[in-house]
Design a binder for this molecule. Structure first.
Ligand code: UDP
Ligand code: MN
Length: 438
């Protein structure tokens, strides 16, 4: 420092001013250069907004691919003769005990917020659950003994290899529904091994099978791993008011796994409907339909092999039929999802965005109207009606595509619609080239 001082003292005053000016100039030039450099770098690395390009691609795909790729054929049909499961043409008539008065909702002995054990605490055994639910009759049915239930409900649970979850659910749900004075039966629809899981088709089968058995006021489609946190969220049916028709209900809006957030999202160009018209809202987990509502949307699509988007598809169908999802009473309906890893035989669906894009075109011909399945076994065990079904599976071509997709996207289930679209376009364009050229 001292040396620097001595160095400057050697110069006269005017020289010092000149030096100072020079230093300032150098500094300014340097800063200027730096700014120019940064601007150039940013400009060079600027990517044009991909939107117009993607829009062109989507238009192209719409015209040449989505409309030509026949998604009706992504499933392997079951062999003809012994397929017994179609939608029944008539359902049973009500077997209500009309001599009793309707139950008084204010007399329901609800608890409110519920405490319950979750894994790693093991669930109680079926024996223990049965002993705790002595009024439940074989097949997993119950009706209030002293009054006439206001709602008769079929609870439909899609199932494979989640025995512990099922025990937790049964042990949790049976007492809740009894306290809520609901007449109900729990149907567990299990899919045999050997093909990818298809949650949606199991729901359709549950509906068809329940129709065969009784005249329910409504159907609750219920994932096996969702446990209600408060019994004031009642599993009642959609209510019909005088001037409005009733709407399907969605109960599992707030799930701990998703931090109890309301989830709606924009599929952008992959959506078959304009976002302004309706946000895509989560519709999975637990939903409630009357028979008329479920019939009028033609149930779920049967084509969603593997994980994802079958619930979005149902949302689109429901929207298309003019329903608004009823979430008016769902503040009380919060759920815990039993933690689980991804099921090996339920990999993310490679086709889900394509299927969604064509969802509304297929609505009338894909669903309850073309449901086919084989009942492998049907038993009325103490706590539920156990129906195991064979539903066929995806075509080998789709399976291959799923494997490729897994390699490409890893285990990330929430890759964007654009990414999936581009990838599928690349994969499928090859297949379709001759057709396109022709
Ligand atoms: N499921 C099943 N076995 C499987 C895959 C799924 O029983 O191998 C059923 C189960 O009822 C589950 C539902 O399908 O709750 C939805 O699947 P998952 O829980 O994997 O989806 P999430 O909503 O957790 O992403
Ligand atoms: Mn789950």
């Amino acid at each position: 420092m001292e040396q620097l001082h001595k160095f400057f003292n050697r110069f006269g005053k005017s020289t010092k001013i000149k030096l100072l000016k020079l230093t300032c100039c150098v500094f300014l030039v340097q800063t200027g250069l730096l700014l120019i450099g940064v601007t150039c770098f940013r400009y060079a690395s600027f990517r044009p907004e991909p939107y117009p390009a993607l829009q062109r691609l989507v238009n192209h795909v719409d015209r040449f691919l989505w409309s030509r790729f026949h998604l009706d054929s992504i499933s392997v049909e079951l062999d003809g003769d012994d397929v017994i499961g179609y939608l029944p043409s008539t359902s049973k008539v009500a077997s209500d005990d009309v001599t009793l008065d309707f139950c008084d909702p204010s007399a329901a002995k609800l608890v409110g917020a519920l405490m319950f054990p979750l894994p790693p605490t093991p669930p109680p055994s079926y024996d223990v659950i049965s002993k705790n639910n002595l009024q439940v009759t074989p097949g997993g049915s119950y009706r209030p003994p002293k009054c006439r239930a206001r709602f008769k409900v079929a609870v439909i649970v899609p199932f494979r290899d989640r025995e512990n979850h099922l025990k937790h659910l049964l042990s949790h749900l049976h007492p809740i529904l009894q306290r809520q004075q609901i007449e109900y039966t729990i149907y567990v629809i299990g899919q045999v091994h050997g093909s990818l899981f298809n949650r949606a088709i199991l729901m359709n089968i549950g509906f068809a099978q329940a129709l065969l058995e009784d005249d329910y006021d409504c159907y609750i489609f219920h994932d096996v791993d969702l446990l209600l946190e408060n019994d004031q969220c009642t599993y009642h049916c959609p209510k019909i008011s005088d001037h409005e028709r009733s709407n399907p209900r969605h109960l599992s809006m707030s799930v701990d796994k998703f931090h109890y957030g309301t989830m709606s999202y924009d599929l952008g160009l992959c959506s078959p409907i304009p976002y302004e018209a309706t946000k895509m809202e989560v519709f999975g987990g637990v939903s409630v339909f009357t028979k008329e509502q479920f019939l009028s949307v033609n149930g779920f699509s049967n084509l969603y092999w593997g994980w994802g988007a079958e619930d979005d598809d149902l949302f689109l169908r429901t929207w298309r039929r003019g329903y608004k999802i009823d979430r008016s009473e769902t503040e009380k309906c919060t759920y815990r999802m039993i933690a689980h890893s991804h099921d090996g035989e339920n990999p993310m669906s490679a086709m889900r965005y394509l299927l969604l894009k064509q969802s509304l075109q297929r609505q009338n011909r894909d669903g309850l109207s073309n449901l086919r399945y084989r009942v492998v076994s049907k038993t009325q065990v103490r706590l539920f009606t156990n129906i195991t079904v064979d539903v066929g599976g995806p075509t080998p071509k789709l399976l291959k595509l799923m494997q490729k997709m897994k390699k490409n996207f890893g285990s990330d289930r929430l890759f964007s619609c654009f990414d999936a679209l581009l990838w599928l376009y690349h994969q499928l364009a090859e297949d379709l080239t001759p057709e396109m050229n022709g």
